[in-house]
Design a protein around this ligand. Structure first.
Ligand SMILES: [Zn+2]
Length: 292
C-alpha cells in the first residue's frame, strides 16, 4: 500500500458522504486530463438538474435577461409525468440553451460494476438523445453528484467536462471532471444561501478566473417562486458586474479560446479542492445525502 493510499484511508474514516471520493480527489495529484486552468474572464452558469417540467420557469427567467442556461437530463426520464418531453427539450435547445447528460437512468456512476458497464450505459443514453434530436452533449452532470477517480477516467474520453454536487465556486485551477457547484433553491443545507451571500460570490468572481455554477432543482420542495425572482436579480447583478452568464459549452469554447486568457495561477488565485470554501464542507455533505 502506497503512502498516498494510506493517507486516503486514514482520512476517509473521518469523512461523511462521498468521503472516499472526496479524499481521493483532494489528496491524489490531478492527472493531465483532469487539469483545467479557468480562463481570465469569469462566467456565471445556471444548471438545472433532472429535466423536470418546472425547468420551464427557469428558461423564462433566463430568456428575460437574454442569457442561456444548462438543462441536465436523464434519457430514461424524458417524457415521464412531471418531466420535460423530447419536443420541449428540442425547443429549449433550439433557443440556445445547453442540454447536458445526467446519466441514462440517473443511477450513480459509482455504482456500476466496472468501467465497461458504465461506458455501455452512457453510450445507450447518448444514442437515445441523439435520436431524439438533442445532439451529443459535451457536458456531464453526475447523477447524485457521485464520481470517483475511476469514474472520471471512464467518462473523460466522452465528455469535455463534468460537474458534481460538491460545493465550491471554482477558482484558478480546477479538476475538469469534478467541477463544483453552488446549490440554489433546494438542497442548500447549512449554507447561508441568502441574496447577500450569492451576490458576494458573484462579486468575488468579478476579479477573474472564477466560475460560480448554480445547481437548481426547480421541482424540489425547497425551490420556491421567490427563488425564481432571486435568480432573476442575480443574473442582473452578474451582468452589471461584468460576469458573463453563459452555458458550460459556451464558456469552455469562448473562455479557453479567448486571447489574453492568461493562467490565473500566476496571480495566486488557485485554491485547493477547486476553490472549495473552507468551513462549509459539512453543509455540502448534508446536501450530497439528498437527491441531486
Ligand atoms: Zn439528478
Amino acid at each position: 500500500m502506497g503512502l498516498a493510499s494510506k493517507i486516503v484511508g486514514a482520512v476517509v474514516k473521518r469523512l461523511p458522504a462521498h468521503g472516499m471520493d472526496r479524499a481521493e480527489e483532494f489528496l491524489l495529484p490531478r492527472r493531465p486530463f483532469e487539469q483545467l486552468q479557468l480562463p481570465r474572464p469569469s462566467a456565471f452558469t445556471v444548471v438545472c438538474d433532472d429535466g423536470e417540467t418546472k425547468d420551464l420557469e427557469i428558461v423564462e427567467v433566463l430568456e428575460r435577461h437574454g442569457v442561456r442556461g444548462v438543462f441536465a437530463v436523464s434519457p430514461d426520464l424524458i417524457g415521464r409525468p412531471g418531466f420535460l418531453t423530447y419536443d420541449e427539450l428540442r425547443q429549449i435547445r433550439a433557443a440556445g440553451h445547453e442540454i447536458a447528460f445526467h446519466g441514462t437512468t440517473h443511477d450513480p456512476f459509482t455504482g456500476f460494476a466496472d468501467a465497461a458497464r458504465l461506458k455501455a450505459a452512457i453510450a445507450e443514453g447518448l444514442a437515445a438523445m441523439a435520436e431524439g434530436g438533442l445532439g451529443t452533449p459535451g457536458t456531464l452532470i453526475y447523477p447524485y453528484g457521485r464520481h470517483s477517480r475511476q469514474v472520471r477516467a471512464t467518462v473523460a474520453p466522452t465528455f469535455s467536462s463534468a460537474f458534481t454536487t460538491w460545493f465550491g465556486i471554482n477558482e484558478g485551477e480546477v479538476n475538469r471532471y469534478a467541477i463544483r457547484r453552488i446549490p440554489f433553491g433546494a438542497y442548500t443545507g447549512k449554507l447561508p444561501a441568502n441574496e447577500a451571500w450569492y451576490r458576494q460570490l458573484i462579486d468575488r468572481s468579478a476579479g477573474g478566473a472564477c466560475w460560480p455554477t448554480l445547481m437548481l432543482h426547480p421541482a424540489a420542495e425547497g425551490h420556491t417562486k421567490e427563488h425564481n425572482a432571486l435568480l432573476s436579480r442575480l443574473v442582473e447583478h452578474a451582468q452589471q458586474r461584468g460576469v458573463a452568464v453563459r452555458t458550460v459549452a459556451a464558456h469552455m469554447t469562448i473562455g479557453m479560446a479567448a486571447p489574453g486568457a492568461a493562467p490565473a495561477a500566476a496571480s495566486g488565485n488557485s485554491t485547493p479542492a477547486g476553490g472549495a470554501v473552507s468551513g462549509l464542507a459539512g453543509a455540502a455533505s448534508d446536501m450530497d445525502r439528498k437527491r441531486a
